[in-house]
Every structure is written in structure tokens, then in C-alpha cells.
Design a protein around this ligand. Structure first.
Ligand code: ADP
Ligand code: MG
Length: 259
């Protein structure tokens, strides 16, 4: 055993495993710099705290299962006329999350609904919350198979433990009665304990058509809209715009051929 081996073991027993790993280097460093006892202890504790936080973020990011990593800082407000910088800053403060206010991000494809959902989710993780991101199709699959597939069961448990659940592309497909019921059960369980962000290209008025049974639909909508902020995103599709700039020259050529 090395000279610090015993200490390392003790640190591990005390669940200071990050520090245990780093101890020899930290001691050498402190001796070299002639650090005071207080300074050394402060460094040690800071290190443990910092590493734990880093690991928490890493773990929660994995849990959340985002389709990509984009932050609010990367969100270009000039591209999204429906949202001002001030509103974006307000969203970033996450008071809606603490107050269990659902967010409903509406708009046609390509306007940045998924982007904004992911970016708010990532912000929430940095601020200590647990988040789950689910494309609608995946969510329905998880709910239907939670009793028979272990992976689905694990994910369902995580969803129920999340402070923020992001459901992407809600109602892009019609649900059968069984699916609608499972979905309602989930909304019911999340109600009053988690915040939900929905993205959709259809407004709540049209959701009813996709859920079939009016009683289930009314019940779900009641729950979702009871405390909700609807953000209507519009403007030209970012995807389309980007594509245009890539193919700009080609389009010009097309025109000249036609002429
Ligand atoms: P939606 O979910 O509304 O269909 P996405 O979030 O998938 O749209 O956005 C489509 C593409 O446009 C993505 O590549 C996204 O990064 C980009 N995008 C959309 N809005 C913005 C924005 N405000 N700033 C920067 N990129 C954007
Ligand atoms: Mg999307």
C-alpha cells in the first residue's frame, strides 16, 4: 500500500471517492506550494464538490436522452420573431418550472420548437433538476411496454421521477383508445409534481381529433391546460431558410435554364 493508501481507503468509506483518487497529487501539490492546513482542506473539499456536480450533470444528461446538445445561448432570437430576448431570459429563469407551469410550444415544422425544448431542458439540468426528453412515438412505446420490457420500465420510472418532462411532437399521430388511456394515466401521475413541455404543430383545439374519445380528451386537456403557458412560434422555417442559402446558386441556375 502506498503512503496515502490508508487515507484513500478511508475517504472511500466516507464516500469521498473523487478526492480519494486525487489525494496523492493534491498532497504533493500542497507540499510544493507550502499551502496552509486550511488552504489544503479547502482545496480538497472544493475538488470533491466540483467533481460531484460534474458527475451529476453528466448522469442527468444521459438520463434525459436529448436528441442533440444545444443551449439557450445558441438560440438565435432574431430568427424567432415570436420570442423576444426578454421573454427568452424569463424562460431561462425557470420560475415556470418551480411553479409547475407547463409550456406548450406550438408552430409549424422547423421553427425551433425541439431546439427550445432541449435548450430549456439542458438549462434545467445545470440548475439541479432532473429531466426526461421523449419523442411522442417513443413515449407511447414506453408506456405500452413498461410491464414487459425492463428498459421501458426503467425509463418510465425515470419519467415519473423527473422534475421536467419534455414531450416532443405531441399528437403527430392519432392514438387508439388504449394508448390514449395510458397517456392520460401518465399525465395524471405527473400532474402536480412535474412540469411538462409539449411541442406540437397542432394547437390544443385539434388535439381532440387525435385522441378519439371526447371524455379522455377533455380530461387530458384539463390537466395539461390548467396551468400552462402557450408559446406560438412562427416565422419562416429555419430549416427551409438554411437550405435556401445552401442551394442559392443552384436556384439561380435553375432560373436561367428556365428563362
Ligand atoms: P421544430 O422542432 O420546430 O420542427 P427544430 O427545433 O428541429 O424545429 O429546428 C429546426 C432546425 O433549425 C434545427 O437545426 C435548429 O437547430 C434550427 N433552428 C431553429 N430555430 C433556431 C433559432 N432560433 N436559432 C438557431 N437555430 C435554430
Ligand atoms: Mg421538432
Amino acid at each position: 500500500m502506498t503512503s496515502t493508501g490508508h487515507l484513500e481507503q478511508q475517504l472511500r468509506t466516507l464516500r469521498l471517492s473523487e478526492t480519494a483518487q486525487q489525494l496523492p497529487e493534491m498532497i504533493t501539490e500542497a507540499e510544493k506550494q507550502d499551502a496552509s492546513y486550511q488552504e489544503f482542506l479547502a482545496r480538497l473539499l472544493n475538488y470533491e464538490q466540483k467533481r460531484r456536480e460534474e458527475k451529476r450533470i453528466e448522469r442527468n444528461m444521459k438520463w434525459a436522452a436529448f436528441p442533440f446538445h444545444k443551449t439557450l445561448e445558441e438560440f438565435d432570437v432574431h430568427e424567432q420573431t415570436a420570442l423576444s430576448q426578454k421573454q427568452l431570459n424569463q424562460l431561462k429563469e425557470l420560475t415556470w418550472l418551480d411553479q409547475l407551469y407547463n409550456l406548450i410550444l406550438l408552430g409549424p415544422p422547423g421553427v425551433g420548437k425541439t431546439f427550445l425544448g432541449v435548450a430549456l431542458g439542458i438549462e434545467a439540468i445545470y440548475r439541479g433538476y432532473q429531466v426526461s426528453f421523449l419523442p411522442m412515438g417513443e413515449l407511447v412505446h414506453i408506456l405500452k411496454t413498461a410491464d414487459v420490457i425492463r428498459k421501458s420500465q426503467t425509463r418510465k420510472k425515470r419519467i415519473l421521477k423527473s422534475d421536467l418532462v419534455i414531450i416532443d411532437d405531441l399528437m403527430y399521430m392519432a392514438m387508439n383508445q388504449q394508448e390514449a388511456n395510458l397517456f392520460f394515466q401518465l399525465i395524471n401521475e405527473l400532474y402536480d409534481q412535474s412540469t411538462i413541455i409539449f411541442t406540437s404543430n397542432k394547437g390544443p383545439k385539434d388535439w381532440g381529433d387525435l385522441l378519439g374519445d371526447p371524455a379522455t380528451t377533455t380530461a387530458i386537456l384539463d390537466r395539461i391546460l390548467h396551468r400552462a403557458e402557450v408559446i406560438q412560434m412562427d416565422g419562416e422555417s429555419y430549416r427551409m431558410k438554411y437550405r435556401k442559402s445552401i442551394f442559392g446558386e443552384e436556384n439561380e441556375q435553375d432560373k436561367s435554364v428556365q428563362n
